[in-house]
Design a protein around this ligand. Structure first.
Ligand code: ADP
Ligand code: MG
Length: 340
């Protein structure tokens, strides 16, 4: 092996000092190492061997498992626990801005209008759901972070607003990291919900735009997943990855969880693009696509500024009506599957 030993400059000084000692010469007589010479070669060997070529990028780990066939992507969920038990629904899509938070709130308020007992859980460190009920995540002291990581009772962080809401704070951004070190890290939310589960008919969980540990916690706690999808071509791309993550959760942590349905959001029926995007969704996912289209309207952006759902802000408008329709579909979808 022809490795060249590279000595840092300080070692070369030390060596010089030893030599100087031996020869009984004052250090000042030793020729100083030139300032522009960073290393001293102990011996001269022509070839410099390094384990990795310096100009080559580090090797990238490629996934070895083949991707699943694109159609159908989602495995319909196993029989639901039924209308008697609490339904815990995670609203998930790793893409941001697809109306996860908007759907969590408005679907939740629609269920409440129908007489159901509803809890919303804000699991997104951005705290948009918390904000949309007029609360400030920056000033909240105890939140879902403390529930997941410090194991305080979830009832301590539930605020009673239009619907009950377990709040997020800015701390939640550190939850993924803090959870990673805990045993049972994927089951933290599931365990926390045991305390209040019987008090609600629906628990809707708003998740961050990622498939990290917070979203996994939601999948493990959930009886089903609803995926809001923006009506555009590219929106379809992330769904395979979402289903892969769900498949992993089914295999290891929660065998019953699956996609209950896909909600086309921000639909603009005047554009061919939106209509085609929905057609593609239906071709690929069939009955899993809800019939309700959530149309594009500024009402959904206006309502949270008032700390309200669209059902509270503009109760008789079409935007509110759309989420009431979706709520009915979510209810009936479950019944239809039970009787299938
Ligand atoms: P996510 O939680 O997936 O990031 P949000 O629910 O926060 O998405 O929605 C992103 C933005 O789009 C928000 O400003 C919201 O008010 C707006 N929005 C949501 N749904 C609609 C809709 N149907 N039409 C128009 N704007 C919408
Ligand atoms: Mg959101």
């Amino acid at each position: 092996m022809g490795f060249v030993r590279l000595l840092p400059r300080s070692s070369s000084r030390a060596q010089n000092a030893v030599v100087a000692d031996e020869l009984d010469v004052a250090m000042s007589d030793v020729e100083p190492v030139p300032a522009d010479e960073p290393y001293a070669l102990e011996e001269e060997l022509p070839v410099l061997e390094l384990p990795v070529a310096l100009d080559a990028p580090p090797p990238v780990e490629m996934p070895t498992a083949p991707l699943p066939a694109p159609t159908p992507v989602f495995v319909p969920q196993a029989p639901m626990p039924g209308t008697t038990g609490t339904r815990v629904i995670a609203l998930a899509n790793q893409k941001g801005g697809v109306a996860k938070t908007t759907t969590t709130l408005n679907l939740g308020v629609a269920f409440k209008e129908m007489g159901y007992r509803v809890l919303l859980v804000d699991l997104d460190p951005q705290g948009n759901l918390t904000m949309s009920q007029g609360l400030n995540p920056d000033t909240i002291e105890t939140s879902m972070f403390d529930v997941l990581v410090r194991k305080i009772p979830i009832s301590d962080v539930i605020e009673r607003r239009e619907v009950d809401l377990a709040v997020a704070s800015i701390d939640l951004a550190g939850a993924e990291l803090a959870l990673a070190a805990l045993i049972g890290r994927e089951r933290s939310l599931e365990k926390a919900l045991v305390e209040v589960r019987d008090q609600y008919d629906f628990i809707l969980i708003d998740t961050p735009p990622s498939l990290g540990l917070l979203t996994i916690n939601a999948f493990v706690a959930a009886t089903g997943v609803i995926v809001p999808v923006q009506c555009e071509y590219l929106a379809l791309r992330g769904l395979v990855q979402l289903e892969n993550t769900l498949a992993m959760v089914r295999e290891n942590l929660n065998p019953r969880v699956g996609v209950e349905g896909i909600v086309p959001t921000m639909y603009d029926g005047r554009t061919l693009h939106a209509r085609e995007a929905v057609e593609i969704l239906e071709e690929n996912f069939g009955d899993l696509v809800f019939k309700t289209r959530i149309r594009k309207t500024v009402r959904y952006a206006e309502a949270p500024v008032k700390g309200s759902s669209v059902l509270g802000y503009d109760p008789t408008g079409p935007a509110a009506e759309a989420y009431r329709e979706l709520a009915k579909e979510v209810l009936h979808g479950a019944e239809a599957r039970e009787h299938a």
